[in-house]
Ligand binder design. Structure first.
Ligand code: AHM
Ligand code: MG
Length: 338
C-alpha cells in the first residue's frame, strides 16, 4: 500500500519537526474539514438550491450570494466549539464573532473570507476560501468580549495562512511559516493528500493579471507598468507578456503559485486615498504570507503588504503580488513617482 501524506499526518510531522503547537494543528484540521463541507455545497450547485443571491448585503455593501452565507456559517460552526480559538472575524460580518460562553476558549484568532470570488459561483468558475491565523493578544480580560483592536495586527504576525480552491480539483494550500504545501482533496477517501510539496514562484515571469476595464482610473505608475507589458517584444522590456484574469483572487494566486506571474488590484481614482478593493485582513495578508513563503513578493505599491498596520477590521489595500522581479519593478515605479 502506498504511503500518502494526508493533511493530518503532515501536521503531526510538523509538530515533531517544528514544534507546531497541538492547538494550531487542530485549528488547521478543523478549517480543512469545514472547507470539505463548503466544497460539498459548491459541488451540488443548482441541485442543492444554493446558487443565486441571498437578497442581503454584507458590511461592505455587496450583495451576498447564498453560498457566501452558507460558507460563513460552516466556518463559524466548525470552529466555535473546539476550544482552540479566542474569536473569529469574517469578511461577511461587521463585528468579530464571539465564542459562545458554553465553549472553552483558546489562544488563536481565525480571520477569513469564506467564499472569495463569489461573483463566479453562478457561472461555474473556481472560487475559494481564504484564511489567516493570528495569536490573540494577551489581555487580562481574555474571557470577555473581543474587540476589533484585538485583530488589528500586521500580516507579519500571522502564524499560519492558507486557502482552499474549489475548482476542477479541490485543493488546500497552506503555510505555517516554513514553505508552502498543496494538498489535493481525494473525494472518495475524504482526505486532503499532499501533492505539491514545495510550491515556489519563479523570480521572473511573463504573465500578468489585472482587471483591465479599470485602466483609465489607475495612477501613472500602474499605467506605465501595464503599458510596458502590453508593448511586448517591441517595447522596453523586449518580451511578450500574456494576460490571465479570472476575477477569483484564489484562482489567480493559485495560478501564480503553480507557474508564476503577477497579480494586481491597484488603487484607482474612485477609491479612498491609499486604499484598494481587496481586504487587508481577509485577502491581502494571508495571500501575501503564502506568496512570500513561496519565494515571491507582495506590496501595496509602496511597502510590503505584511508591514501595513491595519486601522480597521475591514480595511482595503492596493495589492501587487507574485514573481519577485515584477513586484519589485511596479513598486519601484510607485516610489519614483512619490
Ligand atoms: P469577493 O471576496 O466579494 O469575491 O471579492 C473579491 C474578488 C477577488 O477574488 C477578485 O480579485 C476581485 O474581487 C475581482 O473584482 P472585479 O471583478 O470587480 O474587478
Ligand atoms: Mg474575497
Amino acid at each position: 500500500m502506498s504511503s500518502r501524506t494526508t493533511l493530518s499526518r503532515f501536521l503531526i510531522e510538523q509538530t515533531r519537526a517544528h514544534q507546531t503547537p497541538a492547538e494550531l494543528r487542530f485549528l488547521i484540521e478543523v478549517v480543512g474539514r469545514a472547507c470539505k463541507v463548503i466544497n460539498y455545497h459548491i459541488g451540488k450547485g443548482e441541485l442543492g438550491g444554493a446558487l443565486g443571491n441571498q437578497g442581503t448585503e454584507n458590511v461592505q455593501g455587496e450583495m451576498q450570494k447564498k453560498l457566501d452565507v452558507i460558507s460563513n456559517e460552516i466556518l463559524l460552526e466548525a470552529n466555535e466549539w473546539g476550544g482552540h480559538l479566542a474569536g473569529m472575524a469574517s469578511e461577511e460580518m461587521e463585528k468579530p464573532y464571539q465564542i459562545p460562553g458554553c465553549f472553552p476558549k483558546g489562544s488563536y484568532l481565525l480571520v477569513f473570507d469564506p467564499l472569495d470570488g463569489s461573483s463566479n459561483i453562478d457561472i461555474n468558475v473556481s472560487v475559494g476560501t481564504i484564511f489567516s491565523v493570528l495569536s490573540c493578544p494577551e489581555r487580562a480580560d481574555i474571557c470577555g468580549i473581543l474587540e476589533d483592536e484585538d485583530f488589528l495586527q500586521p500580516g507579519v504576525k500571522q502564524v499560519a495562512a492558507g486557502y482552499a480552491i474549489y475548482g476542477p480539483q479541490t485543493m488546500l494550500v497552506l503555510t505555517l511559516g516554513n514553505g508552502v504545501k498543496g494538498f489535493t482533496l481525494d473525494s472518495e477517501m475524504g482526505s486532503f493528500v499532499l501533492t505539491h510539496d514545495n510550491m515556489t514562484i519563479p523570480e521572473a515571469s511573463a504573465e500578468f493579471g489585472i482587471n483591465m476595464s479599470n485602466m483609465r482610473h489607475w495612477e501613472e505608475p500602474v499605467q506605465r507598468y501595464v503599458n510596458e507589458m502590453l508593448a511586448g517584444k517591441e517595447g522596453p522590456l523586449g518580451k511578450d507578456y500574456n494576460m490571465r484574469w479570472t476575477a477569483s483572487m484564489v484562482a489567480d494566486i493559485h495560478r501564480i503559485l503553480v507557474r508564476g506571474g503577477v497579480f494586481m488590484y491597484p488603487w484607482d481614482r474612485r477609491m479612498d486615498k491609499d486604499k484598494g478593493k481587496l481586504r487587508l485582513m481577509y485577502e491581502a495578508n494571508p495571500m501575501a504570507m503564502i506568496v512570500e513563503q513561496a519565494g515571491g513578493a507582495a506590496t501595496n505599491g509602496r511597502i510590503r503588504i505584511m508591514d501595513v498596520r491595519p486601522e480597521k477590521l475591514h480595511e482595503r489595500v492596493p495589492v501587487f503580488m507574485g514573481s519577485k522581479q515584477e513586484v519589485e519593478r511596479i513598486t519601484k515605479y510607485h516610489k519614483e513617482k512619490a
